[in-house]
Design a protein around this ligand. Structure first.
Ligand code: DC
Length: 222
């Protein structure tokens, strides 16, 4: 039987980088489910489809294929109709589109089996918004990772600046606040702590401390 760790929390809490490191240390596969929503967002942008009305989105879903695979380094690759779009989905515009499209129920239903099948066949640390509440409610360990909006915006700002992107801190903070609101107020699978989850707040923790904390929570509960 495979073991699943559900890791949920708001945008920019450090889930992906922390989970990647923890997965390596524990020899689990790291699955970033946000990348799947971003990929559908990219497909919608390319085809000029608005997230609402959802009928247009349903048509879009019937025309595309989204797949998840791993390269030789064990890094996740997302494929849109066979094309590796892992890099293209990492822009602020793609983040906003993903947030909007992830509120459409048919998009969430479309991705459910893909996510569950990954957890059936591998030991996973799966990061998202609804992993402990909807996708893997029976996960062995459920963690809700968070930090203040300012701390999260500051981290994302630094990350994007390091990539050479021309961004403003205030815009990133506004994006974080808007996405928090969208993610936690949508009707289908809103972001909220799962029952029985362990809450971890990283506002005052640096990266290494956060990784250590997550690994120890997993080891204690596994
Ligand atoms: O984790 P991320 O920033 O890459 O996620 C992009 C968007 O996708 C985010 O606004 C919320 C949404 N999302 C979701 O609704 N459910 C998930 N399991 C993962 C992401």
């Amino acid at each position: 039987m495979s073991v699943a760790i559900a890791l949920d929390g708001p945008a920019g809490a450090g889930k992906s980088s922390i989970a990647k490191r923890a997965a390596k240390a524990l020899d689990f596969i790291y699955v970033d489910t946000g990348a799947l929503y971003r990929t559908i967002g990219l497909a919608a942008t390319r085809k000029g489809v608005e997230p609402i009305p959802s009928i247009e989105v349903e048509k879009l879903l019937s025309e595309i294929t989204v797949d998840l695979t791993f390269n030789e380094k064990g890094e996740q690759i997302v494929l849109l109709d066979g094309e590796d779009v892992s890099g293209l989905i990492r822009t602020p515009e793609a983040s906003m589109m993903a947030s909007k499209i992830s509120a459409v129920p048919s998009v969430r239903a479309y991705l459910l089996d893909l996510q569950r099948n990954m957890a059936k066949s591998h030991n996973v640390i799966m990061d998202g918004r609804d992993i402990g509440t909807v996708v893997l409610p029976d996960a062995k360990v459920k963690i809700f990772l968070t930090a203040s909006p300012e701390a999260r915006a500051q981290r994302r700002y630094k990350e994007l600046c390091e990539k050479g992107m021309d961004v403003k801190y205030e815009d990133i903070l506004n994006d974080v606040i808007t996405r928090d609101y969208n993610d936690s107020h949508r009707e289908t699978a809103p972001l909220k702590p799962a029952e029985g989850c362990v809450m971890v707040d990283t506002t005052e923790l640096d990266f290494e401390q956060s990784v250590e904390k997550i690994i120890s929570v997993i080891k204690e509960n596994i």
